[in-house]
Structures are given as C-alpha cells and as structure tokens.
Design a protein around this ligand. Structure first.
Ligand code: NAD
Length: 283
C-alpha cells in the first residue's frame, strides 16, 4: 500500500509558518516585498503571476506587479530591474519566464541583484549552492527537499536518480540531494538505458516534461517517486511525467499531479522572500 505526499498540505503549512514569522517581524516597520515583472501577455504566465500575488497577500507581504507589453525592449527590462535593485523596500525580484524571444533571458537573470534573486537562478546563487554556501535555491527543487523531509523520508545514503538536467529543476535538484548525502545519478535525453538506471532508485525524481513517460517498468518496488512534470491532457485534466495509476502500487510514497510538487514552488518563493527581508532588515 502506497502513501501520497500531500504537497497541498505541506505547502500550506510552509505558507502559514512564513505568514506567522512575517507578521511578527513586521510589527514595527515595513513588510517583506516581492516585485514580479511580466513581459507580454502569455495567459499561463499571467496565471502564475496572479498566484504569486495571491500568495504574497496570504503571507502578509507587499507585492509590486510590473506588467510590460510584448514589444518591450531588453534595455527597458534591464532598466526596470536596475530600479528594483536599488529600491530599499523591495526584497525579492522575479522575472516571469519565458520572456519574448527578442529578450535574452541570461542577460535578464544576470541583471538581478543576487541578494534579491529569490528564484535562485543567478549564477552567483547557483555557484553558492554548488559549493555549499548560503544563497537562494531554485524554488521547485528546494520544495522537493521540504516534501521529502516533512514526509520523514530518510535521504542519507540512499540511491537517488534525477531524470532531467535543466538549470531550473534537474541540476539544482541533484546538487541538493548530494548535499543531503544521497548517492546521486542524473539521467537525461541521451541516457542509454533509462529504465536500467531509474530501477536502481530508492528516491526517483522526474523532471522531463513528457506526459506519463515513467511507467512501472522504470520503478523499483518500494521507491519514493517525485513527479515534477505538469501537463494538460486532451480532456483538460492535469497529469505529470509519471503515469500515476500505473506506478503508484509499486511505490512506498508518491506525489500526485496536481497537489504534489506544484504548490511547493510558490511556498518556497515566499520563504525565500522572507529570508531576503530578514537579511536586508537585520530582523
Ligand atoms: P526542460 O525541458 O528544461 O528539461 C527537460 C529535461 O528532461 C532535459 O534535461 C532533458 O534532457 C530531459 N529529458 C527529456 N526527455 C527525456 C527522456 N525521454 N528521457 C530522459 N530525459 C529526458 O524542463 P524543466 O523546466 O526541467 O521541466 C520539466 C517538467 O517539470 C515540465 O513538465 C515542467 O512543466 C515541469 N515543471 C514544474 C514545476 C512545478 O512547479 N511543479 C516547475 C518547473 C517545471
């Protein structure tokens, strides 16, 4: 019999902890503040930005929403980031990705002050993560560590396989699992025999962006399976990179989609913004 890792409940607990701490710390003086830049009118991005704004409200943070039209130039975005970098009342700056094609994402990420980079995408924060120094960690992988710890999964010494090597999920995920003393293998689109590798995993973390690719043949009996993927199916339902119905009986614990990893990303964004606020105000 498998157990479900309830990302909805765990993310709610984290947001409540953040809210309580933020309330206490802002009794005198300003509140934590997150600035979000949205360029263009991608409907999915607009929903994500709206959800971030709602989470700020819930946690008692201030939020600044900067909406720029599709034809905004890279220079204009960089100028806005420079303004936010020097605004003492802003703790976190997030640029919603993807950006329109004419804007170079690397240049935009590099322009964000690393001490306000609550998404953890700036190379300074990525480097700090790699060498074990304090810094902001990408929210989705940081959220997965919280899911595992709060579900009492013992990570130390375990075989962990991460499928996917993106800068946002796969790579930081592998480093975080290494930091927790797992034995880590990273697989990707050129891995020769994916099943052979994933079947070794005590903890299998899947972030490949391919609906229901992982079936029970890829999973060892009793494994913990974390599914990062999010896809909308033909009948408008959500599914992950893991075929949940096929795999669940083989696992000891598994994250559902929706309600698994998804809600954790915003909760960790709130946590990172609170950390930045504490760093900046010395509270
Ligand atoms: P990406 O496209 O940047 O990277 C996908 C990775 O998977 C690549 O490294 C590629 O090598 C690997 N890959 C692709 N096909 C493969 C295959 N057949 N076998 C083995 N490896 C393969 O994707 P990403 O940004 O890391 O996102 C992955 C998934 O997670 C997407 O579905 C995305 O929507 C979702 N996602 C969810 C959240 C969340 O908050 N829950 C956050 C980020 C991404």
């Amino acid at each position: 019999m498998y157990g479900i890792i309830d990302g909805k409940a765990i993310s709610q607990a984290i947001k409540d902890e953040v809210k309580a701490e933020a309330e206490k710390l802002s009794e005198t003086g300003r509140k934590p503040c997150l600035a979000v830049i949205l360029v263009g009118s991608d409907p999915a991005s607009a929903v994500y930005v709206g959800n971030k704004k709602k989470a700020c409200e819930y946690c008692g943070f201030d939020s600044v929403s900067i909406e720029m039209p599709e034809e905004t130039t890279e220079e204009e975005v960089l100028k806005k980031i420079a303004e936010l970098n020097s605004d003492e009342n802003v703790d976190g700056i997030l640029v919603q990705l993807p950006l329109p094609k004419h804007i170079n994402e690397d240049n935009v990420i590099l322009a964000i002050d690393p001490s306000k980079d609550v998404d953890g995408f700036h190379p300074v924060n990525v480097g700090n993560l790699l060498i074990g120094r304090d810094g902001f960690v990408s929210c989705t992988p940081a959220g997965i560590i919280e899911l595992l710890k709060r579900s009492d999964v013992d990570i130390q010494g375990k075989e962990c396989v991460v499928v996917g090597r993106s800068n946002i999920v796969g790579k930081p995920m592998a480093v975080l699992m290494l930091r927790e003393n797992a034995t880590v293998t990273v697989c990707h689109s050129r891995t020769k025999d994916l099943k052979e590798v994933t079947k070794r995993a005590d903890i299998l973390i899947v972030a490949i962006g391919k609906p229901r690719l992982i079936t029970k043949e890829y999973v060892k009996d009793g494994a913990v399976v974390i599914d990062v993927g999010i896809h909308r199916t033909e009948n408008k339902k959500l599914c992950g990179d893991v075929d949940f119905d096929d795999v669940c009986e083989r696992t000891s614990l598994i994250t559902p989609v929706p309600g698994g990893v998804g809600p954790m990303t915003i909760a960790m964004l709130m946590k990172n913004t609170l950390i930045s606020f504490k760093n900046r105000t010395g509270r």
